[in-house]
Design a protein around this ligand. Structure first.
Ligand SMILES: [Zn+2]
Ligand SMILES: [Zn+2]
Length: 259
């Protein structure tokens, strides 16, 4: 039986760990290779893992810098490597609604605003869309975050009868994620905060809340991610396990999860 294999390239929140990278996950199934999120620092980690020219598609959960910024070096490598353009065909890039304009504004500040669209075959997706990449199927679902158009992503390989891996992206307390991840095999959920935001809208959750999301969803396995190395990992684990009611994995670069 083929499996969906997810390798952690980066798991830091908006500020990278010492020597680490922000969010990025390499997803492989059969001959299909997908990069899920591409935050700052991820392109170097991708290069250490595989030949970047073999990536079939890139999928971005939301357009915050720590999930999208290394589209810039990835684009430069595809377009202007030492041997010229690295591939005849552009790499498929899926970004949430509004992502195209956002990327044009970012790269337009220092030059050609077409950089990303020249390197990638860019398409926008709406929350709720189902995206097929080779044998991989990705379901998308809106979650509440500081940025509209933030999406939880569920990975599976229907033809291979794989399990499901649900990635929550970034979010505040999210009943939407609990429902979307119902009975999932692996839930990867953020645990950004040491304490809930004192006022205003919630955009992230604590390790205790991450555990509670996993328990309420009935996830078979819980992985907490988007956690800074500035937070004591033993505290993160004890809080997440208290919320989940069972053992929890703390995501680390190089970890591999399979469903
Ligand atoms: Zn983030
Ligand atoms: Zn975010």
């Amino acid at each position: 039986m083929r499996r969906v294999r997810v390798t952690v390239l980066g798991k830091s929140p908006a500020f990278a760990d010492a020597g680490g990278a922000c969010s990025g996950y390499l997803v492989q199934e059969g001959a299909t290779t997908l990069l899920m999120d591409v935050g700052n620092g991820v392109f170097g980690k991708l290069r250490a893992a595989i030949d970047y020219t073999t990536v079939d598609a890139v999928l971005v959960s939301h357009m915050h810098a720590d999930h999208s910024l290394d589209l810039v070096p990835f684009a430069y490598a595809l377009m202007y490597g030492p041997d010229g353009r690295a591939r005849a065909d552009p790499v498929r890039l899926m970004v949430p609604a509004g992502g195209r304009d956002q990327l044009r504004r970012v790269v337009g500040t220092w030059g050609g605003e077409d950089l990303i669209e020249d390197a990638f075959a860019l398409e926008e997706y709406d929350s709720g869309a189902v995206l097929d990449v080779g044998g991989l199927r990705v379901r998308t679902h809106a979650v509440p975050h500081y940025l509209p158009h933030t999406n939880a992503l569920e990975l599976s390989a229907p033809a291979a009868s794989s399990g499901r891996l649900t990635y929550g992206a970034d979010h505040g307390p999210a009943d939407a994620l609990v429902e979307f991840a119902r009975d999932t095999d692996i839930l990867m959920v953020e645990a950004t905060l040491k304490a809930p935001e004192p006022d205003g809208p919630r955009g992230h959750i604590t390790a205790r809340e991450a555990g509670e999301h996993g328990r309420r969803a009935g996830a078979r396995r819980l992985v907490v991610t988007h956690v800074s190395d500035l937070i004591d990992p033993a505290w993160v684990r004890s809080e997440a396990e208290a919320g989940f009611g069972g053992p929890v994995t703390i995501a680390a670069e190089g970890d591999v999860y399979e469903v």
